[in-house]
Ligand binder design. Structure first.
Ligand code: PEP
Ligand code: MG
Length: 746
């Protein structure tokens, strides 16, 4: 087929497009496919000469329609001003380079721009980019120049600007709740707000008390019905999210609290509001982000009880959606989710909430993309088109045709990848050249157990025992702890469970044991707190040993160890606990003991601690925070925090070397384990055990099965020579694309 014929077809297809926005989408799509380049974009000049990115195949879709390059700026501006094509291999080094965050242009090296000139005026610039650093061949350049001149004749610039000005498309950024792309029609969730209820008096106390108890029973039955419905259709992990609601609905402090207020003369909704308010506030005041997020569950439940009291639930049940649906609301409750058939649930958007909300937990478990905390979206109507981009935490309201087309491409690519991930569940995490990596799950909640096992985790690499302590009103008793630990050890069967002793203080305070300090990150936390509260600590160690009676999958892990005395202090307590329990008739045995390597001072002492340790696990979150002196939860400095910072990588390399020399089994259990760029580096550095949240596990397995150890060792050698985290990220990202694993970064 001749080149001329192909070009004519592209131009003809563009001329025949139904709408101006479709026209530009067709142009960039066909050129990108025809030329086999990574990116093709079309910028059109507005009345001021600024260049608006109106269509792109390859750049981040959210940038389309929102990015404008000021007149004369950047390589695009240079092409427009000079009216000459620019063909360069390494765009970032060009003095005119203008990096735009939204487009992620740093991923592409080469740049080819050709002006589109109509009647002597530059109306736009056609840009082609590729990851590979190369200049386009003379033939490729000629094709693009020809296309540029022909497009000048067909691109309906005026209509495009009219369409853009008319369009009410909006893009909002929130918090990533659950990964994935969803496209569907908006379904607004009822905004029943118990908090807006006024206080009122109770006319008939006995009748209201009976009404309250009936209400709790009927809502509990509803929750169980919804749970059973989802549980049958899906997996146990989803159903367990409802357990929290059932527990709250059986909680005497809730039931008796409302009953007491009714007895004191309050009407039912007023009494309910006060009690829910009180419970929610207790959680809201907690500093731990996970526990703070629990206040939403309590509010959800309050609203659910209130809706049921008002008889709202039944009315909504008849109105089932029939198209792909995105649930949108201030808070989207699990009941709202349960009401949409799962095959029609395209996404969830919450004005409030965080990635730790149960809505997000449930969305993750269901595999439904979710964006949380976008703030109130005004003027949104039922059935409006909406894109949920859970990968970047963005929501696009009423997207233009070209943005929609681009997201449809991403969605299809993602579906293909998901299919591949499912097929991997029972396969080992093995690189193409046969290196096996052990993948463990991180957890802190009973509800997290089955997702880990279902994702194929080979053990629990980090069980954060402080979570059960945080959700309690007082320190849990030894027996209560035994009951929790036993469930975990049993669930994992023969697979190892690394239970970390109480790591409170710092960012994880206990609500009933407030610690006020000027500098909590460097204060009374982790092992320091445990050893100073030795009777509490002893009861936790005893509970772990008792729960492990008759099984050998318990491993005890110590957080924040930085001094020898902390390690010896623990061993002395462990000896005491073992001796006491043996004397009490328990058949307990000494479990393997390890430490988190997260306080930098531990690194140089590791070798001398060898005979007191059976394993180590690098806590890359705290290790990075302490090495970089950066709090990633502090928005002022969070952008500078990066666990692939060269200083962190060099220290990790040092730990790996010491572990190798002393024969200490090593794993990593911080966020690094689920960051594909970091995983590539860790693999190359010699890490063979990674522990991460269950939701991330299949993705990392997919990556490991795509690459060879040799690829990782090559890239790490180069990475360790760089002295900037961004350069390291780019280097590894480029390599992942070359290896055909780049889509993991989307
Ligand atoms: C860490 O610090 O990397 C870690 C895994 O522990 P946490 O995030 O619970 O402090
Ligand atoms: Mg830590």
């Amino acid at each position: 087929m001749s080149v001329i014929l192909d070009l004519t077809r592209i131009v003809q297809a563009a001329a025949e497009a139904d709408s101006p926005s479709e026209q530009v989408a067709v142009i960039v799509d066909s050129i990108q496919q025809y030329m086999g380049l990574d990116v093709c974009s079309l910028y059109l000049a507005d009345e001021r000469g600024d260049m608006a990115l109106l269509a792109s195949r390859g750049l981040d879709p959210v940038a389309v329609g929102s990015v404008r390059i000021p007149a004369g700026m950047g390589l695009v501006g240079l092409v427009a001003q000079s009216r000459h094509p620019i063909n360069i291999a390494d765009a970032a080094r060009h003095p005119a380079f203008y990096g735009i965050r939204e487009t992620h242009e740093e991923l592409y090296s080469s740049f080819f721009g050709v002006p589109i000139v109509r009647a002597g005026v530059v109306i736009g610039v056609l840009v082609a980019q590729s990851r590979e650093a190369r200049v386009l061949s003379a033939e490729e350049s000629a094709v693009l120049v020809t296309l540029g001149s022909q497009l000048a004749l067909v691109v309906a610039t005026e209509s495009i600007w009219q369409e853009i000005n008319k369009s009410s498309a909006r893009s909002l950024t929130g918090i990533k709740g659950a990964p994935g792309i969803g496209i569907g029609q908006v379904r607004l969730c009822d905004d029943v707000d118990l908090y807006s209820v006024n206080d009122g008096e109770c006319d008939d106390i006995d009748a209201t008390l009976a009404e309250w108890h009936d209400l709790v029973k009927s809502v509990l039955a509803d929750v169980k019905k919804e749970q059973a419905g989802l549980g049958d259709m899906l997996s146990q992990d989803v159903a367990t999210v409802f357990d929290a609601y059932c527990l709250l609905l059986s909680d005497p402090s809730l039931i008796n609290g409302v009953a007491q207020l009714i007895q004191d003369g309050h009407h039912l909704p007023g009494a309910l509001k006060r009690v829910i308010h009180h419970h929610a506030d207790v959680f809201l005041a907690m500093e731990d982000p996970y526990l703070r997020a629990r206040h939403e569950d309590i509010r959800h439940l309050g609203n659910k009880l209130y809706s049921a009291w008002r008889g709202l639930r039944n009315a909504r049940e008849e109105d089932l959606p029939s198209a792909q649906t995105v649930l949108v609301g201030a808070v989207v409750s699990v009941s709202d989710i349960a009401r949409v058939p799962i095959e029609l649930l395209a996404g969830i958007v919450c004005f409030q909430g965080s990635n730790l909300s149960h809505t997000a937990v449930l969305a993750n478990a269901l595999g439904v993309p979710a964006v949380m905390g976008v703030g109130e979206i005004k003027g949104l109507q039922n059935r409006d088109a909406l894109v949920v981009d859970g990968n970047s935490g963005r929501v696009i309201i009423r997207p233009s045709a070209s943005v929609l087309t681009e997201y449809e491409h991403l969605l299809n690519a993602e579906r293909q990848m998901k299919g591949e991930l499912r097929a991997l569940r029972d396969l080992p995490a093995e690189t193409v050249d046969g290196t096996i990596v052990k993948l463990y799950a991180n957890s802190g909640l009973l509800a997290d157990i089955s997702p880990g096992l279902q994702a194929g985790a080979e053990g629990l690499g980090l069980y954060r025992t402080e979570i059960p302590f945080m959700v309690s009103d007082t320190f849990p008793s030894e027996d209560e702890q035994v009951a929790v630990y036993l469930q975990i050890l049993q669930a994992y069967g023969a697979k190892p469970v690394h239970m970390r002793v109480l790591d409170i203080g710092g960012d994880k305070p206990l609500p009933y044991f407030p610690i006020k300090e000027d500098n909590p990150a460097l204060g009374w936390r982790g092992i320091r707190f445990c050893l100073d509260n030795s009777s509490l600590f002893l009861s936790q160690i005893r509970a772990m040993l008792r729960a492990a009676e008759g099984r050998d999958n318990l491993r005890i892990m110590l957080p924040m160890v930085g001094s020898t005395s902390e390690l010896t202090g623990f061993h002395a307590l462990l000896n005491d606990a073992l001796q006491q329990l043996l004397e009490e008739g328990f058949n307990v045995r000494r479990p393997p003991v390890g430490i988190m390597v997260e306080v930098p001072s531990a690194i140089s002492q590791l070798a001398s601690w060898r005979d007191q340790l059976d394993f180590i696990s690098i806590g890359s979150n705290d290790l990075s925070q302490y090495l970089l002196a950066l709090d990633r939860n502090n928005p002022r400095v969070a952008a500078s925090y990066d666990h692939v910072h060269p200083a962190v990588l060099h220290e990790i390399a040092r730990v790996i070397k010491i572990a190798g020399e002393t024969g200490l089994p090593l794993s990593i259990c911080g966020e690094m384990s689920s960051d594909p760029i970091a995983v590539m580096l860790l693999l190359g550095m010699g890490v063979r055990t990674l522990s991460m949240s269950a939701a991330q596990l299949p993705k990392i397995k997919w990556l490991l099965r795509r690459i060879a150890l040799e690829n990782a060792t090559d890239v790490v050698e180069e990475a360790l020579r760089l002295n900037d985290a961004r350069q390291i990220r780019k280097l590894v990202a480029d390599r992942l694309y070359v290896l055909g694993a780049g889509e993991i970064l989307w």
